[in-house]
Structures are given as C-alpha cells and as structure tokens.
Design a protein around this ligand. Structure first.
Ligand SMILES: [Zn+2]
Ligand SMILES: [Zn+2]
Length: 179
C-alpha cells in the first residue's frame, strides 16, 4: 500500500535562490521557530540567501544557524519513518471518523434525546402528599413523552406566530385545544 519512495537528487532546494542543497553538506537555517515548522521549513544555501528572507518575514531578532544536511540514506530513512507516521495517523482518523459516524452528532434528521423531563423526586413527593401513594418509575417516561408531545405542539404554535421563543401562552393555547 505504501508508495515507493524515490530519493530526491538533493536534500532540499534553497528557499531563496532554489539552488540545490546537496546531501551531507552544510546549509543555513533561520533561528526563528516559525521558519522551521516541519511542513513549511525554510532552507538556505548561504547566509546572503538567509539574509534575503529576513526583511520579507519582518524578523526583528533573527540569525542564521548552520546545519548539516543528512546523508541520502539517513534522509530516506527519515522519509520512510514520516510516511509510516502519516499512514498511522490516517488510520487513526479513519477510525475516529467511523466512531463518529456510529455515535453520531446531532443533526436535524436524528432523533432528539428522550430524557426524563420531570423532576422525579418532586413528582413522587406530590403523589405521596396528594394520595399517600408511591409512584412507579415507569410513570416518568410516560409523563416525559406527554411533555414532549406538548412541547412539539407549543413549538409549532410559536412558529405559526413567527416567534423564535416558546411562550406560556403557546402551551395554554395547546392545552385549551386538548381539553
Ligand atoms: Zn540560496
Ligand atoms: Zn526566518
């Protein structure tokens, strides 16, 4: 699956003059860390070439650092390691995407959460005070379903009145219709 790596004819091209920087030769790097980010690193064949980029990127306190280009073999090993790393990362993103598909983020088509919408302890306390009875747990599901149905109707009522807020009068209108 991994594509065959073709060794490049040189380590890098000079960022400024595009002259090749051969393997195992000295080159110059900028002291500013943003000039050395992995994917966008800058390489210079000489100090004048390094000098040329300083005003362009408006460095205030920068200098050229000498570095030694790797040998072709070392460079190829590095490339291979990077490729493996990238392949691994890709596999990981694939996995997490699959997971995301299974878990699923809320979208308009997906069902809304069916949470319990009543305060169970208060409900049980009320029933107890009213009739001296205990309340079975299944009751909260039935009541929650009922509240959801009422909410759906109130939302529709608010929408038909061009509102983006559900008001108490939406519920009153819905309840009046029901009784
Ligand atoms: Zn150069
Ligand atoms: Zn720089």
């Amino acid at each position: 699956m991994t594509p065959i790596l073709i060794p490049p004819p040189q380590f890098k091209l000079c960022t400024t003059c595009r002259k090749p920087i051969p393997f195992a030769s000295d080159y110059y790097q900028c002291s500013i860390s943003t000039c050395n980010r992995k994917k966008t690193a800058l390489f210079f064949c000489s100090v004048p070439c390094w000098d040329a980029h300083v005003p362009v990127l408006r460095h205030r306190d920068a200098w050229a650092e000498t570095a030694r280009a790797p040998t072709r073999d070392a460079f190829m090993k590095e490339l291979e390691a990077e490729q493996d790393e990238e392949a691994k990362e890709e596999r990981m993103t694939d996995d997490s995407q699959t997971r995301r598909r299974i878990v699923g983020a809320a979208s308009p088509d997906e069902p809304v959460p069916e949470d319990v919408l009543v305060v169970v302890s208060k409900l049980k306390a009320y029933v107890k005070a009213r009739g001296g009875m205990s309340t079975s747990d299944g009751v909260t599901d039935v009541l929650s379903r009922h509240l959801r149905a009422l909410c759906d109707k109130a939302v529709a009522h608010a929408a038909s009145n061009n509102r983006k807020t559900v008001l108490d009068r939406d519920f009153e209108a819905v309840l009046k219709k029901e009784t």
